[in-house]
Design a protein around this ligand. Sequence first.
Ligand code: PLP
Length: 383
Amino acid sequence: MMKPKRLVMIPGPTPVVSGIREQMGREVAGYGDPDFVSDYKSVIEDLKAMFRTKGEVFVVAGSGTLAMEMAISNTTKRDDNVLIVSHGFFGDRFIDLCKRKGLNVDVLASEWGDVVPVSEIEKKLCEKNYAAVTVTHVDTSTGVRAEIKEIGAMLKKFPDTIYIVDGVCATGAEIEYVDDFGIDVLFTASQKAFGVSSGLYMLWAGEKALERRKSLGIIPEFYVDFDKWQPIMDNPAKYFATPAINLVWALKESVRIMKEEGLEERYLRHEKNSHAIRSGLSAIGFKVLAKEPYRAVTLSNLIYPEGLDDATFRAKALEEGVLVAGGLGPYVGKMFRFGHMGNVDIHELIATLAAIERALFKSGYKDFDFGKSVGVFQREIVL
Ligand SMILES: *Cc1c(COP(=O)(O)O)cnc(C)c1O
């Protein structure tokens, strides 16, 4: 039997287009190679300009979790208070991370699918002095998008608090402007909406975050210290630790694609696609976990219709050529997660919907008409 082409429709890694793959497959250069140095420099400059900060951007080898570590390490010190706003699994990830650093952690958590209201965050911030607050822009476990702009505006009343935004499942698809939104630290990873393979993270630090770093003196962390990387970002010909050369090239191509499309247009494309995907899948029996005004454009978390077995459905989907992700935490076995961010195109989306229908049928769930989700998607997308 001829196996279908396998589409990776999980919330990261996302599909990698050929132009980006070519960069990853290039003959490696030395980190001091003048051509590479100028490519690295141009990526850094573009990222600063696109996401609008007068501060710094760090492009470093590592996954998104290491960026979380960099964000916290450079803005807090032992015994500081940190407020963690959590809308799910990745929000919660900051709890363990911060506790290990000897920080006093307070958590405001929502029900899965909902958000913590901005007024509640404000109330909590009035109780004591917080060195930092963390918010996950899109929590991949719930598909919920936080109100990061509104939170940033509210935080103007708390000038001593550093605003850290985890954009790992958002940056490059959802709208985010660092300085305009009052964000002090924003970070993402290469394998999500940037559509590069995993292995790089990008972290923007605004002027306030850089000031905070200065005030901390020597910090215990070595690899993620802003002070170690700042000279490299200023002049990538210098050495601190070997950069992920081919991934930097791949990121450069990814950034070129983003500039060509335009960030606002990219957001609108994601918004339109995500809405149509959810309409299509709702029409064949799935329910969206995230509440209506808080639905992310980057992924959808879809609760199974009654009687559909998770393991069977996902195994059948894979047989039909589509990899989707399972639920996390309280939603293990109850839903699947469909990543639709980055450079994924309309053909891949339609093929995914069609494969989901075949997987449903082969899992024994037949309470739908073939073509229904595709039809609903198509009708929405042509308008
Ligand atoms: C994927 C993800 C992370 C972790 O990134 P890794 O690259 O897997 O370390 C953190 N936060 C969010 C919101 C994510 O989606």
